[in-house]
Design a protein around this ligand. Structure first.
Ligand SMILES: [Fe+2]
Length: 384
């Protein structure tokens, strides 16, 4: 057996290719399609709050929530054809003005809201009223009814993160409008935070959810900040990203939603994280702070409320060159990659695969002590 050495003329091959084209068939040997490593069309990019806020306010002057199902500005990666910030996930800015509602609907795409401005508005998810305050994370997972309302005297503005590009690519999207504009708030059912917000404690009388998303739809900033500050005081943290916490599903210990993992990270004054990359795209929101990130060799300067994106398999490192802590929220499609056995990560200058052996080695080298998540996956040390 050996490789064959069949020869043909250029004219013969071109004639054959033309026949194939007419029959909608493509010879794979001239089409490419497999790359040595992931190469995203998306580019590293930052959207500054100083640009975003005035445009959100302008949108509120031009378009009502009667005309726009959602008054949303999509952050658009300059190199992506699909009008999204990253390959599989959108990052949008949504504004709801005083007295306005955004009517109830549901869809296959999963969504998160990271509140940027305004305190006292609320989101209703499957009848539960969730408060919204700056820095809070609110989930509206796939196929949950959700509507928003602003009963305050100032604008409510938040970051929307959704997996809609992924759902569209999979051709799996459904959408439905509620039979009235707003849901009736279910009194006496108990808030998701009261039932699931205490971390290690969960209500015994609640049946295990049939859905894979977190039943805790509201993660207050006050709780996350306190946890991060406790860890900072304890000089804890991982070798790659320092002090970073994942918002987990309190029932499974896994990601908040099957398609999107969410994180919050504290960069202490003067801190610089280690450059690393992973097979997942990541969108960041600067809850507060000032600094910069080196993403694929590009410096992205950021400050309070900016948004920036890191394409897949692109080295990123974060620098807080200010004299106050910085808090970064981020969300990634890592759960999708892990579910499909496509996930990899590495630190610059050395493979860091997240295995317990590698993690233990890195922990010993850095003097850090990092725990395992309940599903056995790597904890913060191996975070994407
Ligand atoms: Fe929605």
């Amino acid at each position: 057996m050996k490789l064959s050495d069949i020869k043909s003329s250029e004219a013969e091959r071109q004639d054959y290719y033309a026949q194939l084209r007419s029959q909608h068939i493509t010879p794979a040997w001239i089409g490419g399609g497999i790359t040595r490593e992931p190469k995203s069309k998306a580019v590293p990019w930052v959207w500054h709050w100083r640009d975003l806020r005035p445009q959100a306010m302008r949108a509120a002057q031009l378009v009502g929530t009667e005309q726009a199902e959602r008054r949303v500005l999509r952050l658009t990666n300059p190199e992506l054809p699909g009008l999204s910030a990253s390959n599989t996930m959108v990052a949008n800015i949504q504004i709801v003005m005083p007295g306005e509602i955004a009517r109830a609907h549901r869809h296959s795409g999963s969504a998160l809201r990271l509140i940027i401005e305004g305190k006292g508005g609320y989101t209703v998810v499957n009848g539960a009223r969730l408060p919204m305050a700056p820095g809070d994370l609110v989930l509206t997972p796939n196929w949950t009814w959700h509507d928003h309302a602003n009963d305050t005297d100032g604008p409510m503005i938040w970051l929307d993160g959704l997996d809609t590009p992924l759902v569209r690519m999979l051709e799996a999207g459904f959408y439905e409008e509620y039979h009235k504009e707003t849901q009736t708030i279910v009194e006496g059912a108990g808030s998701p935070f009261a039932k699931y917000g205490e971390g290690g404690l969960r209500p015994v009388w609640e049946a295990e959810p049939a859905t894979r998303y977190s039943p805790l739809w509201h993660y207050p900033m006050s709780q996350a900040r306190a946890a991060l500050e406790r860890l900072a005081a304890d000089r804890s943290g991982g070798p790659l990203d320092g002090i970073i916490l994942e918002y987990t599903n309190p029932v499974t210990g896994g990601p908040a939603m099957p398609t999107i993992a969410c994180y919050i990270q504290m960069l202490r004054a003067g801190e610089r994280t280690q450059a690393h990359r992973s097979v997942c795209c990541t969108n960041y929101h600067v809850i507060e702070g000032r600094g910069y990130s080196i993403v694929g060799g590009t410096r992205l300067d950021w400050e309070d409320k900016d948004v920036f994106t890191v394409p897949t398999w692109t080295f990123r490192e974060h620098v807080n060159d200010s004299d106050r802590p910085a808090f970064l929220f981020s969300f990634t499609d890592a759960p999708v990659m892990k579910a499909l056995d496509l996930y990899r990560e590495e630190a610059k200058g050395g493979v860091y695969d997240g295995s317990s052996e590698t993690r233990a080695r890195a922990d010993r080298a850095s003097g850090h002590d990092v725990g395992l998540r309940r599903d056995g996956a790597a904890g913060s040390a191996a975070r994407p």
